[in-house]
Design a protein around this ligand. Structure first.
Ligand SMILES: [Zn+2]
Length: 301
């Protein structure tokens, strides 16, 4: 799933590439991606909307839209790329094959040659002839359109904790939260209501940098350890953002390119490979439903 660095990379791209453009049409073979309003109404309302800003909130991408009617009504579109979604900018032809609609990339380069870019489920047609596509292998992505008030008050945004890169996510705040929790630290790190933007990749990386075992009970962390962990989270997120994120499986940026952090990752998705500090093999365990990668030697209980 795209996490803070991947979503921020997409948002930075979109700010440069689609801000100021007007959406003239929408195509999809997966209407269920639109959760709100009813699909027919969405189709009607999304047309003739100008994208005036794009922002990240947690792992959500928010499009701020302005209507073309006389009162220039403002709307907001929330999108969550979930497990395998990513936005691409290019041009696709919609044809018919075996009775089913499909999309064919017209663009050359990574967008068309990489299979992970070829699951385009939805296309926003823009007034400059470009298209904003949403590639989503597993079809879990989410699109919601409403007034700014409706979207800002939706559970998707209201339940988010402080952004992992914000000042509000600091040692005092985090230590207080962890004092009340007995669960292992790793799953708590992934809770978006505790801190938004962190997922499995950067959770594993930050715990390794802080030498904290992922199974350590949250309320057993000392204030010093919490401070170290906060610093590690922020530094690894910033480092990955500079490298345009991690492409461990299907994540791509809006050009269809992979992120660069995967090459230098410390523990995530490195099961059996030698620890970059002590050489011991990296271990993978399940905590809850999710995999955790760590070095048993460097991250002792
Ligand atoms: Zn080690």
């Amino acid at each position: 799933m795209p996490e803070l660095p991947e979503v921020q990379t997409i948002v930075n791209d979109l700010k440069k590439r689609v801000c100021g453009r007007t959406i003239v049409d929408y195509w999809t073979d997966t209407p269920k991606l639109v959760k709100k309003p009813a699909f027919k109404r969405f189709l009607k309302e999304i047309k003739d909307q100008t994208i005036i800003d794009v922002q990240r909130r947690g792992k959500n991408v928010l499009f701020f839209l302005e209507g073309h009617n006389r009162n220039k009504k403002l709307s907001e579109m929330l999108t969550h790329q979930k497990m395998t979604g990513h936005f691409l900018i290019g041009k696709w032809n919609i044809g018919k094959k075996g009775g089913k609609k499909f999309s064919t990339p017209e663009t050359k380069g990574p967008i068309s040659s990489d299979k992970y870019n070829n699951y385009v489920r939805a296309i926003f047609y823009l007034d400059n002839g470009q298209q904003l596509g949403l590639s989503d292998l597993r079809k879990f992505a989410k699109i919601m359109l409403g007034t700014p008030e409706e979207i800002e008050n939706s559970n998707d945004l209201k339940q988010l904790g402080p952004d992992a890169l914000s000042k509000e996510f600091n040692a005092d705040y985090f230590y207080n939260v962890l004092q009340k929790r007995k669960k292992p630290i790793k799953p708590v790190l992934l809770e978006q209501s505790v801190a938004s933007g962190i997922g499995n990749i950067y959770g594993d990386e930050a715990l390794f940098i802080s030498k904290i075992n992922p199974l350590k009970k949250s309320n057993a962390l000392s204030k010093r350890q919490v401070r170290t962990l906060i610093d590690a989270i922020k530094s690894v997120l910033k480092k990955s953002l500079k490298l345009r994120g991690t492409s461990s499986s299907d994540y791509r940026d809006t050009y269809g390119e992979k992120g660069g952090y995967h090459r230098i990752r410390l523990v995530y998705d490195r099961e059996g490979e030698p620890c970059r500090i002590c050489g011991e093999p990296i271990k993978r365990i399940k905590i809850g439903q999710r995999s955790s990668h760590y070095c048993p030697h460097c991250q002792k209980m």
